[in-house]
Design a binder for this molecule. Structure first.
Ligand SMILES: [Zn+2]
Length: 93
């Protein structure tokens, strides 16, 4: 599903984590490979890294949760690029 009324390039789809459909700029939104968890399990069990699947986006709410966890583990938070979630704003004309 997509909407081009603003002339911007954006899309909507389910979040990688909570499955809620949200709208995002696919060039800017943080994302993970669809099979990231399965791949991590295979690697953890000593297997070869499998081909990674298509990227799936992460919604702002889940990104906030991920960042809270990252900071608990002394990892730098993921900062979404400007406009990642602000569909129709901040696009060049
Ligand atoms: Zn989410």
């Amino acid at each position: 599903m997509s909407d081009a009324t603003s002339g911007g390039y954006f899309a909507s789809g389910p979040c990688a984590f909570c499955q809620l459909v949200f709208t995002f700029n696919p060039e800017r939104v943080p994302s993970i490979p669809a099979n990231a968890y399965a791949a991590a399990e295979i690697i953890a069990e000593g297997g070869e890294t499998p081909p990674l699947g298509p990227k799936v986006p992460i919604c702002a709410d889940c990104l906030a949760k991920i960042n809270a966890l990252r900071m608990q583990h002394d990892l730098a938070p993921i900062t979404p690029l400007p406009g990642a979630y602000d569909v129709g704003e901040g696009f060049p004309p």
